[in-house]
Design a protein. Structure first.
Lengths: 290, 299
């Protein structure tokens, strides 16, 4: 089978049904863009969630001191009425946390001296209304170096990102299925447009793969173009997002390697969806004798 | 070449299209399948090209039981079985040359072979001068010639024809029959379904009659209506060109290759003598096949 024949036939199919082909590419693009973004948001949320555990809304970083002094402060804070829970995180635990948070950035981990990481008290409030009062009371404690808080906006964002994470993946899967259906429809239309030709091909003994390959390539191209656009849009969208929006304490930095590896997965999935779509579209038309 | 053993084809569990068919067709034979519409002629053709599988029985084609042939091998069967249909099945947007070349291209034949074989076979069917025309610029008879050229260009062992003259007027049909006869003389087995009395009676070849899915008659050098020939002669005189007259007397003993289409038969004694499937007719010979008066009027 000549490569130029297969490519030529696939190109003809793509040209003949421009609108359908664009529709299929768009379907792949939308679904894979959603999936890609969901993956990135998931990563951002995972990074942040490690520190902002469920319910923890204030962190008081402590100056170095004896464990006894630290325990005293923790106990005192825990005793406040407005406080639901106060958890002490020592220097060793901080170091562990830091290592997990930046596990994909070993160079950074290398440069940090475990001793330089401060201990902290993580505070969970019973009621968010007392937020400001608690923050000022924490600041006034002599051994407290700095107080950081999850503002409502941050809470909202975290909540949203969790929703986006599940919703995005569910939506991505649903749209991914629709992309497969769109591609199989497009291929089916291409087959329908050429049914005479295919009938004659089979009559004179063209092998099934000879008939199939151009359509398979067509689906593959549609899937890959859609996925490629999704990755590009996701990549630049993310760059724009982190340079234009300041989400404060949420760590929005996702390593390049993550973007690349997930981008490749998305591309592979696009190709896969294209191939599956065209095979589904081809199945009925290439059935042999009954 | 072809052997049917207890072949039945039942549709939807109840409609019987072919009922216990048993027969053998030798290499190089020319067989007419006759019978009324719905008698199973077309089903038999479709079974032979494995467009359909028999419900039971064995169909041996070129040494293989095609009832058991896996689907993926069907294309390879089709390469040794040429097919011609009533509706020509040409691609409207391809020229005559491209239509014929298509059959070789899609089975992966090298370009050099295509360039060499297509003009040869177009010459055989008498369409060398029209190779750049589109099908719609041709008469029905010419379109059928293209379709025969496409079926034959790959030099199949068997040529199956399902009502090849069904859409053509009698005079044009004669030209097509001469062509099929000529192809048969190269050693190609021809099986043709038809209900054209005149053609069958004129050709005097093996006739297999089907009646509600059964082979009810099988005669070598038979006619359409069974052993009683009396009513066939007047019809033939009315339809066929004069040259076919005289062929309706009982065939001379031993003249097994005798046919109605005498010019074609006389013109290629070499092809008759040698069984090799190579056809290289003289140019004027092809012209002679084309120049049937009825066909020229048709366009």
């Amino acid at each position: 089978m000549r490569a130029e024949y297969v490519i030529g036939e696939a190109a003809t199919n793509l040209r003949r049904n421009v609108l359908l082909v664009l529709g299929a590419i768009l379907a792949v693009f939308v679904s894979l863009f959603m999936t890609y973004m969901a993956l990135v948001v998931n990563e951002v949320a995972r990074n942040s969630a490690e520190r902002w555990q469920e319910g923890i809304s204030i962190i008081a970083w402590l100056d170095d001191a004896d464990l006894a002094d630290h325990t005293l402060i923790t106990n005192e804070v825990a005793g406040w009425d407005e406080v639901e829970r106060a958890v002490y995180v020592g220097k060793a635990e901080s170091w562990q946390e830091f290592q997990t948070m930046f596990a994909d950035n070993p160079a950074l981990v290398e440069t940090v001296d475990p001793a330089s990481l401060p201990a902290s008290v993580r505070v969970e409030l019973a009621n968010n209304e007392n937020h400001q009062a608690i923050v000022s009371r924490l600041v006034s404690i002599p051994l407290v170096d700095e107080v950081v808080e999850a503002s409502d906006a941050v809470e909202d964002t975290l909540e949203a990102s969790r929703l986006l994470n599940t919703g995005g993946i569910v939506l991505g899967v649903a749209l991914g299925l629709s992309a497969v259906v769109m591609i199989s429809n497009t291929v089916r239309m291409a087959i329908y447009a050429r049914r005479e030709e295919i009938g004659i091909m089979k009559l004179v003994g063209a092998s099934n793969w000879f008939v199939r390959t151009p359509f398979l390539l067509e689906g593959l191209i549609e899937g890959l173009i859609g996925a490629g656009l999704a990755v590009l849009a996701g990549w630049f969208g993310y760059r724009w997002f982190i340079s234009n929006l300041d989400l404060g304490i949420i760590d929005t930095d996702v390593p390049q390697s993550f973007l690349v590896s997930r981008g490749l997965i998305v591309l592979a999935f696009g190709a896969f969806a294209g191939a599956v779509g065209s095979l589904v579209g081809l199945r009925r038309y290439l059935q042999e004798s009954k | 070449m072809i052997r049917l053993q207890g072949v039945s084809k039942v549709y939807d569990g109840s409609t019987v299209a072919i009922r216990d068919a048993n027969t053998t067709i030798q290499k190089g034979e020319f067989v007419f399948l006759v019978g009324p519409s719905g008698s199973g002629k077309s089903t038999l053709i479709r079974l032979l090209m494995r467009e359909e599988k028999p419900t039971s029985g064995e169909i041996w084609v070129a040494g293989r039981n095609i009832a058991e042939l896996p689907d993926w091998k069907v294309p390879y069967l089709r390469r040794s079985v040429g097919t011609v249909f009533q509706d020509f099945k040409l691609l409207p947007n391809k020229t005559v040359f491209q239509n014929v070349a298509f059959a070789l291209e899609v089975i992966g034949r090298p370009r050099g072979m295509v360039a060499q074989q297509v003009p040869k076979v177009l010459k055989l069917v008498g369409l060398s001068s029209k190779s750049e025309r589109l099908p719609r610029q041709l008469s029905g008879g010419e379109q059928q010639r293209v379709s025969i050229a496409r079926a034959f260009v790959n030099r199949p062992l068997i040529l199956l024809a399902d009502e090849p003259t069904g859409n053509l007027d009698p005079a044009t049909s004669v030209g097509i029959m001469r062509l099929l006869d000529r192809i048969n003389r190269t050693g190609t087995t021809v099986v043709m379904a038809t209900h054209d009395h005149a053609i069958v009676d004129a050709m005097r070849r093996r006739v297999m009659q089907l009646e509600r899915g059964r082979i009810v008659r099988d005669e070598s050098r038979g006619v359409y209506e069974g052993p009683a020939v009396t009513d066939a002669t007047p019809t033939v005189n009315g339809l066929m060109p004069t040259e076919t007259n005289g062929q309706h007397s009982p065939p001379a003993a031993g003249a097994s290759q005798e046919v109605a289409a005498s010019p074609a038969a006389e013109a290629s004694p070499a092809a008759e003598a040698s069984p090799e499937p190579e056809v290289s007719p003289e140019a004027e010979d092809s012209q002679e096949v084309v120049a049937t008066p009825g066909e020229l009027d048709e366009g």
